[in-house]
Design a protein around this ligand. Structure first.
Ligand SMILES: Cc1cc2nc3c(=O)[nH]c(=O)nc-3n(C[C@H](O)[C@H](O)[C@H](O)COP(=O)(O)O)c2cc1C
Length: 423
């Protein structure tokens, strides 16, 4: 008689194999997940329908449900879960929370799940509750999430980040969880230092990074990439957006250095390009890397030097030449003076501009994209190649499957959830 849950599971598997309910091929013995024969979220066109008036031909498969390939990564649809800080870690470790949170998006058919901004150095965490990838000890917790996502047939990447002058802040949703000893207020850094470069009074006064420290951070991006690869990540996304360290270097608002990391656009982009080359050199060459960029500081209403879309186009071209495989186009986050006109698809025009001016580089659009029809329209207009959603997935983890149904696709559910197709 089986005595432990493990024994019972083994018996159940043996029984299912004997009865032919599963095959050894689809059931790796090293874990207890049934790898589905088709990826959840993959789809086929609606079939032809016969009516009294005649047969309506089968429609073409919507662009949103056409698979996308970059290097050896193929995703079954073009709906990506955007990275979202969950402030649910301690000392950088991913937990059961991440397993369930990220795993459920894969189980519910997202084409690609991007894990939250994950710090490449302890001082690069946005808050003490942020995930980290700065120690080999973090690898097993991350790998556990990756293995589960893969077991569903899904794909996953991780966003690599250094928060720079926006580090050591209180976790957004649970500001009082960590004691003062968990913060590193005196070790917050940026391209330029001093009170003039403090983001606002909820942030710390940064110290200016030395060239040696900049080089150390570039290396730390490389070491983090090796860990992501070891954990089995299908891709990594370099976080160059939202006012974190890379964006801080790009923008003259936060970068007023007088050495070769400041001044001209070429100099301000130097750190980003060094990071891209380091990440590329340390990741499996067969796997793609992504870059997230804020295409504008969103201060066009002010007469101040800033990072804006014309510069973003040039930087994206340089990033493409340095080895990125797709660009994820967001905006803002580098100054409280910004004005962002939030409306449906409010950042798509930036994605569109970059796609037009940097041909040959796949573009991910993000920002208030909340329905399958809206997403499909963006792709049909040629504004982007892929769509990402953050809040839409928090509201409806089934967002990708729902989009498929809305567009009339015969979309595949995870086998365990197959019955939902008929609900
Ligand atoms: C809870 C939450 C956490 C976020 N954390 C991150 C993050 O870790 N990295 C990042 O690049 N963007 C982050 N964002 C921004 C989203 O990825 C996305 O760009 C933004 O929410 C706009 O997309 P949406 O309208 O689909 O939500 C976060 C957004 C939310 C709502």
């Amino acid at each position: 008689m089986p005595t432990t849950q493990y024994d019972q599971s083994v018996d159940a598997v043996a029984d299912a194999l004997n009865k032919g309910h599963i095959s050894a091929k689809t059931f790796p013995q090293e874990h207890f997940h049934i790898v589905p024969p088709v990826a959840p979220g993959s789809g086929t066109p609606a079939t032809a329908t016969a009516t009294a008036e005649g047969t309506t031909p089968a429609p073409a498969l919507p662009l949103l449900f056409q698979p996308f390939t970059a290097k050896n990564l193929t995703i079954p649809n073009r709906v990506i879960v955007a990275p979202m800080c969950m402030y649910s870690s301690k000392d950088g470790f991913m937990t059961d929370y991440h397993l369930v949170h990220l795993g459920s998006f894969a189980l519910h058919g997202a084409g690609l799940v991007l894990a939250e901004a994950t710090a490449i150095e302890p001082e690069g965490r946005i808050s003490p509750g942020c995930a980290g990838i700065y120690s080999d000890d973090h690898i097993p917790g991350i790998k556990r999430v990756v293995d589960f996502v893969h077991s569903t047939g899904g794909k996953i990447g991780i966003q690599l980040n250094h928060a720079g002058r926006k580090a050591s802040t209180r976790p957004m949703h649970t500001p009082d969880v960590f004691g003062p000893e968990e913060y590193w207020n005196d070790q917050v850094v940026g391209p330029s230092g001093g009170a003039n470069f403090q983001w606002d009074d909820k942030h710390r006064i940064p110290r200016e990074l030395s060239v040696e420290q900049i080089q150390d951070i570039v290396k730390a991006f490389g070491a983090a990439t090796v860990r992501a690869d070891k954990a089995g990540m299908d891709t990594v996304e370099i976080h160059g957006a939202h006012g974190y360290l890379i964006h801080q270097f790009l923008s003259p608002i936060s970068n007023q250095r007088t050495d070769h990391y400041g001044g001209s656009l070429e100099n301000r982009a130097r750190f980003l390009l060094e990071v891209i080359k380091e990440v590329r050199a340390n990741f499996n060459p067969a796997k793609p890397i992504l870059l997230r960029l804020s295409a504008s500081d969103a201060v066009e209403h002010l007469d101040i030097p800033s990072f804006e879309v014309n510069q973003a186009v040039k930087v994206t071209q340089w990033a493409k030449d340095a080895g990125i495989d797709a660009i994820h186009v967001s905006s803002a986050g580098n100054t409280p003076l910004q004005k962002v006109a939030y409306s449906p698809g409010y950042q798509v025009h930036y994605a569109s501009r970059i796609r037009k001016d940097v041909p040959g580089l796949p573009v991910i659009a993000v920002g208030s994209i909340t329905s399958g029809k809206q997403a499909e329209q963006i792709l049909e207009n040629g504004d982007a190649d892929l769509i990402a959603g953050a809040r839409a997935f928090l509201k409806h983890p089934t967002f990708a499957l729902d989009a498929g149904r809305e567009l009339g696709v015969n979309v595949n559910y995870a086998p365990q959830y197959f019955a939902a197709r008929y609900a």
